[in-house]
Ligand binder design. Structure first.
Ligand code: ADP
Length: 497
């Protein structure tokens, strides 16, 4: 297939980087296949995008929210129309199996229709004033120019999650997608363009995180940064935004666990574990990376899990028979391999997998065998650090209380799950698990766009994406008092003796 030539999108113009420098995006299933070239943008390019977004903000914020929402609705319709094309491109560009890629696009579609509805629901409050003949209300104000810095693992869904509510709220945006998925971001931008959004309302800047991303985060005329990615980069983004007084929303790492109690439906719990651990090759922020198994079922569960895992078919995401695709790039493959070395040094036992898969076709891509590690204790690095690959650790627990304590014993707090038939335990788990998301009798993955998404502790910084909570990220409250008494009324003074 002919490689795509991606460009930046600034003020409705498709542009190369001023320097003319480019970077490459390759198919992780066949590293020799070039998927796209894209601009290596630096500060000058970022400056142009920020100027365009600032200019557009002056008029976009005045477009009525329901009218802004109609553009987003149109984007949703177009995404639906291009769903298959986008899914194929995504599979080629970052490796996830086609069924999952379709789900990723569908999440963008869901987000479009959901956000569009919110255009007619940007409610504020009215409340009685403490004074006579005085009216009080609150209204949502857009924030301004928003930089959206996104990862490669949900190359359509995550940019949509961020851009759509931001735009409905009256902000203008600059998307800086991950270096591994420039083609998906470019196609998404073409769809925004086709939907007819005014020039400068949506902009796209390609490039390296340390160059284009950093320039955006440091730019004095960016008002808000919404970031999803690694904890290390998130710390930099948070620190810089603090120093430069920007609003900031961070979504970072996870070390999600699934508890399986002795009374669980084991078949169901196995299905959930396989999907949660190996879906998207374990490269989801919400992937299951720890299985906390009650001692009474651990042996049986492990046997069943091994049997199921041994049947998973590794392959290119574009092959309809593939269950587990490649890792996104060679450095990710190295990182997962290194964690396997660490696991062995720490005394963990590899029950299945544990190696780079390089038989036949697989030798051309970044494939790692689905891996299960046993004899893992909660203090081992493989039980504490995010691996972001098809690796799951098994930890034996003796009780419900111990399971919850181990689940919580991590600096992260994104997703979590418990399989049990005991309603009392289910409710206690909902209350006691320290995570932004808890599934009862479901795997740790499977978020829906109309509910808040995000995590506690070091996973986030207190914000939630998606749902109505996205509106909290992308607006600020204004409080308005209207005095129709015709006189000066002093609060806390004139209405008191
Ligand atoms: P991952 O490990 O998931 O690739 P990263 O945090 O490296 O996570 O990347 C997530 C996003 O952050 C990408 O779009 C990347 O280009 C961007 N990024 C990386 N480093 C920086 C940085 N120093 N400043 C701003 N953005 C960055």
């Amino acid at each position: 297939m002919t490689p795509l030539t991606c460009q930046n999108y600034i003020a409705d113009q498709w542009l190369n980087a001023v320097s003319g420098d480019t970077l490459e995006s390759r198919n992780p299933a066949v590293n020799s296949e070039l998927v796209a070239t894209f601009p290596r943008s630096v500060t000058t390019d970022v400056d142009a995008a920020v100027i365009a977004a600032r200019q557009a903000y002056r008029t976009w914020r005045l477009v009525p929210a329901p009218a802004r929402a109609e553009y987003i609705y149109k984007v949703g319709e177009l995404l639906l129309q291009y769903k298959e094309e986008l899914a194929l491109l995504m599979s080629r560009e970052m490796g996830k199996p086609l069924t999952e890629a379709r789900g990723d696009v569908q999440e963008g579609i869901d987000c479009a229709f959901y956000s569009a509805g919110e255009g007619r629901r940007l409610f504020g409050q009215t409340t009685p004033s403490e004074m006579p003949n005085k009216f009080a209300m609150t209204m949502r104000m857009p924030i301004g120019v928003c930089a959206l810095i996104t990862p490669w693992n949900f190359p359509i869904a995550i940019p949509c999650w961020k851009a759509m509510p931001a735009l409905v709220c009256g902000n203008t945006v600059i998307l800086k997608p991950a270096e591994d998925t420039p083609a998906c971001a470019t196609k998404l931008m073409e769809i925004f363009q086709q939907a007819g959004l005014p020039a400068g309302v949506v902009n796209l800047i390609h490039g390296l995180g340390e160059e284009a991303g950093k320039a955006l985060v440091e730019h004095p005329d960016v008002d808000l940064v919404s970031f999803t990615g690694s904890s290390e980069t998130g710390a930099f983004v948070g620190e810089t935004c603090g120093r430069t007084h920007k609003r900031v929303c961070l979504e970072m790492g996870g070390k999600n666990a699934q508890i399986v109690m002795e009374d669980a439906d084991l078949e169901l719990a196995i299905e959930g574990a396989v999907w949660g651990a190996f879906g998207t090759s374990g490269q989801r922020c919400t992937a299951t990376s720890r299985l906390l198994l009650h001692r009474d079922i651990k042996k049986q569960f492990t046997t069943m899990l091994l049997e199921r895992t041994s049947k998973l078919r590794l392959g290119a995401g574009t092959n309809p028979n593939t269950d587990v695709g490649p890792l996104v790039n060679t450095s990710q493959l190295q990182r997962v391999s290194q964690y396997l070395e660490i696991a062995r040094e720490e005394g963990a036992k590899v029950l299945i997998g544990g190696k780079i898969a390089n038989e036949g076709e697989l030798q051309h891509g970044n494939f790692f065998q689905p891996t299960i590690l046993d004899s893992v204790t909660p203090k081992m690095r493989v039980a504490r650090e995010e691996i972001f690959g098809p690796v799951v650790v098994l930890i034996e627990v003796n009780s419900f209380e111990e399971a919850i304590a181990i689940l919580n014993d991590t600096p992260y707090g994104l997703s979590s799950s418990i399989y049990t038939r005991d309603i009392n335990r289910a409710f206690a788990a909902m209350r006691d698990i320290e995570a932004g998301i808890t599934y009862i009798n479901g795997p740790t993955i499977g978020a829906e766009v109309h509910l808040p998404f995000g995590g506690v502790k070091q996973t986030g910084n207190g914000h939630r994406e998606a749902g109505t909570t996205a509106m909290e990220v992308f607006t600020e409250w204004k409080t308005v008092y209207v005095d129709f008494s015709g006189g000066l009324q002093r609060a806390q003074i004139d209405n008191r003796d």
